[in-house]
Design a protein around this ligand. Sequence first.
Ligand SMILES: [Zn+2]
Ligand SMILES: [Zn+2]
Length: 106
Amino acid sequence: MPTVMSAEFTDRARTAATCPMCGTQMGPAGGAPRRHCPTCLAAIHTGEADPAGGCGAPMFATWTRRLHTWVIELRCSGCGAVVHQQAELDGPQPDSMRRIIELLRM
Ligand SMILES: [Zn+2]
Ligand SMILES: [Zn+2]
């Protein structure tokens, strides 16, 4: 059944993925799909990275800022969309604080 196969594929994509930018194996973040790579903070412009939907091109972290929590801005290299995501600092695979500090905009 094609529907079952596609459901399995989606399920796998939600539990693990490989970062296309740095090759990091990304596990799930607290049961939810990861929205960006814990190592380089890049993402793929999909509906998971951007609730408005995405074009499938890589998104790169452009800056971070500390508000009530750490916020990462990502810009899509394909369509230029900009999204803001909360950093994942808990769980088995937290975001790299070193990378977050590198991108910190005072
Ligand atoms: Zn990465
Ligand atoms: Zn895009």
